[in-house]
Ligand binder design. Sequence first.
Ligand SMILES: [Zn+2]
Length: 149
Amino acid sequence: MEFVSHMQAALDEARAAAGRGEVPVGAVVVSPVGAVVARAGNRTRELHDPTAHAEILAIRAACETLGQERLTGHDLYVTLEPCPMCAAAISFARIRRLYYGAADPKSGGVAHGARVFAHPQCHHAPEIYDGIAADAAEGLLREFFADRR
Ligand SMILES: [Zn+2]
């Protein structure tokens, strides 16, 4: 099967999040045969919910659509390195491959900080591909935070 990146859809979700005044991060869940199952952007402000990160919302929506509590064989695209909370959710959901864009040295939990997948207590670690369309993802974040200063 030919590899098709879904990072553009994740970037579209990030842009839409910025339009709602949310930190521009977007995520997409893709099925084992390459179909988009769910897509989401941050909605922490709108939902008054500190856990409403793009990855959490996309995982919840995908599980609800499929009527199952795990996403075995599914891949997740997200524009920014997941935080520790989202990394744990990705592990619990049994995501097969994690593709992310920009690195997040400040709040990331994959290559930085908690490094959630690196611990023996982490029972499932996805394959990780980082730096996918990182410039575009970083640009969105930079613009968003520059506007708010
Ligand atoms: Zn998160």
